[in-house]
Design a protein around this ligand. Structure first.
Ligand SMILES: C[S@@+](CC[C@H](N)C(=O)[O-])C[C@H]1O[C@@H](n2cnc3c(N)ncnc32)[C@H](O)[C@@H]1O
Length: 352
């Protein structure tokens, strides 16, 4: 593949009904959406250089509402002009920009969605997915079929509310929530270092609210302007300022749990002094980088109650080599061991 995206000038579309028009696409354009993969297409449509949209529009809306809505469906493009005129007759130029790097993936998804109808049970489909994963990404493994935690619709709704468009953090967030609930019995304060938009803070505060700990506080530490400067230990994945979310956005996301939450905006470790007199039951460290991970461990370790929990989100990830290094060094020679969870998190149960 030589280019990431290509532009196709479209042939003249013909009218279907209402504002709707349709054009057959050339064979070298990757297939678009289908019933099984309704958002597969990455196509962007331009009318005389002005971008139209929204994409993935319902065909009924294209016909009834027009206004540039379009849908790249299989080998066809359903579209409407920006002003209701006929795209085949208004003399304007219509161009489709399509990512070609994802072409292979779109074709495989298209084939897979056809195969789905040939398989009768969920288990058969799961096995197919497992074989495909082994083929495509040989150094990774799928976990067990039929895990019941996927049935927790309340958790799913919270996860989706912070919408990252995938489920890659699903198991880690579940683990955060379970351990936060477990730590209520320890009876100390809670802290999170690295809050971003508040997804894990939301889950932690919800445990305090739902499992009978109205008196416990969750202290949130973040710059609210993204990561600090990575050091030479941190590899090349992260840049200063990545993962920035504003204090106002996070406050709004967590408004439901304002009784539990105390914000400490600033660079780690500057605001730790605010909680120097507290004892902690649960500390979630999720700052991606070595220095703030080290600062967080050093400050909170002295203040953990016996049985209290440290959970480091970044321990087992190739993108965060520095976080693992400092955590390994920090606990070397201490009584506690780091439990490397299959989620990639590093868990330590304080014994002091
Ligand atoms: C991966 S995000 C946290 C994700 C969050 N726990 C979640 O799961 O939704 C990392 C956060 O660490 C914060 N951060 C990184 N380095 C920091 C530092 N030195 N001081 C304060 N905040 C920092 C960033 O601003 C960012 O919000």
């Amino acid at each position: 593949m030589t280019s990431r995206a290509r532009i196709w000038r479209l042939a003249s579309p013909h009218r279907t009904a209402g504002f709707g028009q349709v054009v057959e696409l050339p064979d070298d354009i990757p297939e678009g959406d289908s019933v099984a993969t309704p958002n597969a297409s990455t196509a962007r449509l331009f009318e005389d250089g002005q971008e139209l949209g929204p994409a993935h529009a319902l065909h009924s809306e294209i016909k009834l509402l027009g206004e540039g809505r379009f849908s790249h469906w299989g080998r066809q493009l359903y579209l409407s002009s920006s002003d209701g005129t006929s795209a085949g007759e208004n003399g304007r130029r219509y161009e489709l920009l399509v990512e070609t790097e994802g072409e292979g993936a779109a074709r495989i998804l298209g084939e897979a969605s056809r195969a789905v109808s040939l398989l009768r049970t969920d288990y058969q489909r799961f096995e197919l997915a497992e074989r495909l994963l082994r083929l495509l990404v040989p150094n990774t493994r799928m976990s067990e079929f039929g895990r019941t935690y996927f049935e927790d619709s309340e958790f799913a709704a919270i996860y989706e509310r912070f919408g990252e468009g995938n489920y890659r953090a699903y198991d880690r967030r579940w683990t955060v929530a379970q351990l936060a609930r477990h730590a209520i019995a320890v009876g100390g304060a809670y802290a999170e270092c690295g809050v971003y938009r508040g997804a894990t803070a939301y889950l932690i505060a919800k445990q305090l609210h739902s499992y009978g700990a109205p008196h416990l506080k969750l202290h949130l530490f973040d710059s609210f302007s993204g990561l600090s400067d990575p050091s030479s230990l941190d590899g090349s994945y992260w840049r200063a300022g990545d993962m920035a979310a504003s204090l106002d956005e996070v406050r709004a996301n967590l408004a439901e749990w304002s009784d539990h939450i105390v914000m400490h905006p600033g660079w780690i470790p500057d605001r730790f002094v605010d909680v120097a007199g507290e004892r902690f039951a649960f500390v979630h460290i999720d700052v991606d980088l070595s220095q703030p991970t080290y600062d967080s461990l050093s400050f909170f370790y002295e203040r953990m109650l016996p049985g209290g929990i440290f959970l480091c989100d970044d321990y087992g990830f190739a993108s965060c080599p520095g976080a693992r290094l400092v955590m390994d060094q920090f606990f070397m020679g201490k009584r506690e061991t780091i439990i490397h969870l299959p989620t990639g998190q590093g868990l330590v149960i304080a014994s002091r």
